[in-house]
Write a protein that binds this ligand. Sequence first.
Ligand code: PLP
Length: 334
Amino acid sequence: MAAKDFNGMGLSLLEISHRSKQFMAVMDEAEALVCELLGLNDDYGVVFLTGGASTQFFMAPMNLLNRDDRASYIDTGVWASKAIEEAVHFAHIDVLASSKDSNYNYIPRDYSVPKYAKYLHITSNNTIFGSQYHFWPDIEQCIVCDMSSDMFSRPIPVEKFGLIYAGAQKNMGPAGTTLVIVRKDLLGKVSHHLPSMLDYRVHIKNGSMYNTPPVFPIYVSMLTMRWIKAQGGLSGIQKINESKAKIIYDEIDANPLFKGTVNTTDRSLMNACFVMNDPTLEKEFGDLAKSNGIDGIAGHRSVGGFRASIYNAMPQSSVQVLVDLMKEYAVKKG
Ligand SMILES: *Cc1c(COP(=O)(O)O)cnc(C)c1O
């Protein structure tokens, strides 16, 4: 499928109508692949929206909660707290637990979800702080989950989730579309008006074509899902991700110069965050990495140190380059 000659049309995907049968086929396949990879049945609607995961911070409560309803949220980092900041304007939000007191270096477990809560909102992978859920809260209500940074990185028990949203740009494709998976029976229960563009039912009914969809990010996401399928689906990609994460965390733990910032049980398979025992060496190691062709490993300013983002698309050989450099650096300093 050449970029400039999409399916032999003599035109690129970006030149054709989103209502052409050629693009409709892309949309249909993208939706079908989401269902196939996750094992979704007809109870769920699958849509590709715009506005980023950040729009879902308010769109989810708008669609699921009436003004007097209550929902529970867990604060595990920057994105989780942004979701809370937006949700409080639509209903009563109870923040049941937060790991803010220790710079978000763990996933809280010590809370119970009140019966009156309509859902529990969690952020499955905390992109900035490098923590990740490796368990799913065992509750009666459904989970609403921001999976932006670990979508399609491992199998998940979909039946526990009422709504999953994920911006494409971390694990699926280019920025510009957000995948939303929602249990249809949760919709249509709010008494306030929902603008069409902010109503999941409108997008489901129109097959993500209520307005012009972002064709290119959806197309690339579709290709990514084909690739994941070829890796052995979500359990195949999980094995690869675990193997990649293991080599970097093993090095962080064994190397006397480095230490991980997150509790070991909650470490992210997607974003490995680490600092140096002697912070004055961080600039030198950062420069060394850069001169060895390793880019973008500076940690977020709220954590410092380094963050190796090793999303689905990152090959193990690239992780190994960083690991080898850490080893060499320790020998040099040791
Ligand atoms: C990047 C990210 C977001 C923000 O996504 P946008 O598409 O830029 O709005 C939200 N949540 C998580 C977990 C993220 O990693």
